[in-house]
Ligand binder design. Structure first.
Ligand SMILES: *Cc1c(COP(=O)(O)O)cnc(C)c1O
Length: 494
């Protein structure tokens, strides 16, 4: 199976090529030439462990990988770097099922894909006999950065550079990135928000001068953002895993449809759920939960995607995004895979800052439900769930949980529901503690200790360690200086 660009179906790449390239040369995103349909019945998948299931799903997408190559990538990714043997535990609270995606090394769901992406890229390089170095450019709203650094650190022939919004990430997120060791890494704060960082990185990908300079140095550019299909596909797996868990535990009957609620920013995670549904997973509604940056809520309710509004800084910083890149892949699907139309709409967004889809396209969005949570709801839900169920959730997960409660009340839909729990509450401890009314705390680390005591759990080692670690990355730049930062990093000959 090949991959095509959302903006030009004549651009055709093998899976390995698409993974290495990250983004199509015309600026479009790679999508499968044809969406794979699961040949096995869902019931046949019962009993598979996470890794085996991952192989079953991913083989549909990475068709040029040999079985042992793909299994090897999976083994290297989902090992004891995860603090839970199940990889993704599922916890039932308050009538919903929380799919805990944060048991990897950086305590957010980004680990689910970024622990395997480096191995996919390395295998793809070998398969295509590409004898070049790779430079991974990444924009982060806080969690991708550290997860990518962790995944790509000290991998031969790969350098990684991360751009984050200097004032737009939590203290823990920032410390995780700035203290990161690894000779092949660079972390740069930009004076701007996540959209600026992401636009800047996209522009670098389209900069032919830069590409020439890099190629003169025997370097290829690639991406660790969810625009890379190698990041999206591994995220399909856990929706199957969650469904099968409910099936095995007799919470649902064979074929019964469930709802999925996803706290959304760049639209990668929920798109993976949509892909799972397209492959045949029985999903009823895909509930897209936003924070106060509620562009997607308006889009699902009106058909207009309009970014002319204030960018808000919220307690769920990894979702502080106005331009959700992966929506382009959904637009492509609901336009019946019209590359010309997709290109036109994306262009409207660039030029007019908005676009409107046709009523026919809107019809195809019926599987989705969009809503958002206000900051005070996010806090209230954290406190309520802790009080009623002794279960601590982070701010991002609370956005999803808040939207879920409203959805259930306003629709009366009683379908069993999986809520994507995207980060450990300890990763956003300051906001979680505030929601619980904890006051007079000297710093974030003390807050973590209080939270651990209250919830009768341990502070995850990877966060505890941060205290007292040396800051290694001190670079800051303006939006227009990103290119020269890349050139400096390359020139440093690391
Ligand atoms: C990245 C992130 C999200 C948003 O996921 P998208 O795939 O960008 O929609 C939600 N929660 C957390 C904790 C994240 O790190």
């Amino acid at each position: 199976m090949n991959y095509i660009s959302t903006r030009n179906k004549n651009i055709l790449k093998s899976p390995s090529q698409a993974i290495i390239q990250g983004i199509s040369e015309d600026g479009g995103l790679f999508v499968p030439e044809e969406m794979p349909i699961l040949k096995e019945s869902i019931d046949q998948l019962i009993g598979k462990g996470y890794k085996d299931l991952a192989f079953t799903i991913m083989k549909y997408f990475f068709t040029d990988f040999k079985e042992e190559e793909l299994r090897n990538c999976i083994d290297l990714a989902y090992n004891n770097k995860f603090d839970s043997e199940e990889i993704v535990p599922i916890v039932q609270r308050d009538g919903a099922f929380f799919l805990e995606l944060f048991h990897g090394p950086t305590l957010a769901f980004k680990d689910m894909a970024l622990s395997i992406l480096p191995h996919l890229i390395n295998t793809a390089l070998k398969k295509l006999s590409i004898d070049k170095k790779i430079l991974i450019l990444t924009a982060t709203s806080g969690d991708t950065g550290k997860a990518a650094l962790e995944g790509f650190s000290d991998v031969d022939n790969i350098k990684i550079m991360v751009f984050y919004p200097q004032d737009g990430v939590s203290q823990i997120q920032k410390l995780q990135m700035l203290t990161h060791q690894g000779d092949n890494t660079s972390v740069v704060g930009i004076n701007g928000n996540f959209d600026d960082a992401q636009n800047g990185v996209k522009n670098l990908f389209n900069d032919n001068n830069l590409k020439k300079e890099l190629s003169d140095n025997n370097i290829l550019l690639s991406s660790a953002n969810s625009i890379n299909i190698g990041r999206l596909v591994p995220q399909i797996v856990y929706y199957f895993y969650g469904y099968l868990n409910l099936l095995e535990n007799k919470e649902i009957k064979s074929g019964e449809k469930i709802n999925v609620v996803v706290p959304t920013g760049n639209f990668g995670n929920i798109l993976a759920a949509y892909y799972a549904k397209s492959m045949g997973l029985p999903i009823n509604k895909l509930i897209c939960a936003s924070n106060e940056n509620n562009v997607l809520t308006d889009f699902f309710n009106t058909g207009t995607y309009d970014i002319q509004r204030d960018f808000k800084m919220t307690s769920s910083p990894s979702m502080d995004i106005l331009i959700s890149s992966n929506l382009e892949r959904l637009i492509f699907e609901i336009s019946d895979r019209e590359d010309g139309l997709t290109k036109e709409l994306v262009n409207d967004l660039q030029v007019r800052k908005k676009y409107k889809i046709s009523p026919e396209m809107g019809e195809k969005l019926r599987d989705f439900y969009g809503d958002f949570a206000h900051e005070n709801q996010v806090e209230k839900s954290i406190a309520q769930l802790f009080k009623t169920s002794a279960y601590l959730i982070d701010t991002h997960t609370s956005v999803a949980y808040s939207v879920y409660k409203d959805y259930k009340e306003s629709t009366g839909d009683k379908s069993k529901t999986l809520i994507a729990s995207t980060a450990s509450p300890f990763k956003f401890g300051a906001s979680v503690g505030k929601a619980l009314g904890i006051k007079d705390i000297k710093d974030d680390f003390e807050m973590l200790e209080v939270l651990a005591r209250m919830s009768n759990s341990d502070i995850p080692e990877n966060i505890k360690d941060l205290k007292g670690k040396r800051i290694i990355h001190k670079n800051i730049c303006q939006k227009h200086e990103m290119k020269s930062m890349v050139e400096k990093f390359i020139g440093s000959g690391v």
